[in-house]
Design a protein around this ligand. Structure first.
Ligand code: 13P
Length: 244
């Protein structure tokens, strides 16, 4: 049985006072029946870790370097994330693929770097609207995931996958539960074929998840929770999604 997981991706939002209020609200609403985590900007990891320490709420980063260490100005290594108790690191978010030209291969290397230090990568895959309209959804997400599977080999069973259709991110236009489920089933079959553990792996949905659509999405057989952007910034909204 897969325990559902709801992860807040704060993206480049927050401030020290706003974070404190948000985390206090998320802590106050415990207990949850799902696993809950927040992926915060690097600079807030220390305070986030201190605030959440001792609770069952996990924290993580939104990216990680593919390199272990060295002259890589501005990069943050998986070992550093591990030092701050990060459980997760998002890799391959479509915003990084689009604005930072991250390739499938680089995303796979980031996933490998995270796993090597005991940080679970949340590997994001998803098609653009043009790709969906061209009937390429399945091919695109399978290609993105196969780069990770190829590099990680048997360790691929340790990742979390997030299906985030690019056209649904921040647009208010969510994939229908049936559309999302169809892609999740494809991804699970791919994971099962590659690792033999697909049935035990978590595949999250992300893209305009809100309190009022979360339950319908999360009740699909292959949707194991969500990666939440905008709605993770207000405690009441995020808590409602964690309870959905
Ligand atoms: P929104 O929930 O704001 O659409 O963002 C989704 C996302 O990109 C999470 O990683």
């Amino acid at each position: 049985m897969r325990t559902k997981l709801v992860v807040g991706n704060w993206k480049m939002h927050g401030s020290r006072p706003a974070n404190a209020e948000l985390l206090a609200g998320v802590l106050a609403a415990r207990p949850y029946t799902t696993d809950v985590a927040v992926c915060v900007p690097y600079v807030y990891l220390t305070e986030t870790a201190a605030t959440l320490a001792g609770s069952d709420i996990r924290w993580g980063a939104q990216d990680v370097s593919s390199h272990a260490q060295g002259a890589y100005t501005g990069e943050v290594s998986a070992a550093m994330l591990a030092e701050f108790g990060c459980r997760y690191a998002i890799v391959g978010h479509s915003e990084r693929r689009a604005y930072h030209a991250e390739s499938d291969q680089l995303v796979a290397e980031k996933a490998q770097a995270a796993l090597a230090k005991g940080v679970t990568p949340i590997v994001c895959v998803g098609e653009t609207l043009a790709q969906r309209d061209a009937g390429e959804t399945e091919a695109v997400v399978k290609r993105q995931l196969s780069a990770v599977i190829h590099l990680l080999a048997h360790c691929a069973s340790e990742i979390v996958v997030a299906y985030e259709p690019v056209w649904a991110i921040g647009t208010g236009r969510t994939a229908s539960p049936e559309q999302a489920q169809a892609v999740h089933a494809v991804l699970r079959a791919q994971l099962q074929a590659a690792t033999g553990h697909g049935a035990a792996m978590r595949i999250l949905y992300g893209g305009s998840v809100k309190a009022d659509n979360a339950a319908a999405l999360f009740s699909q057989p292959d949707i194991d929770g969500g990666l939440i952007g905008g709605a993770s910034l207000k405690a009441a909204d995020f808590v409602a999604i964690c309870r959905a």
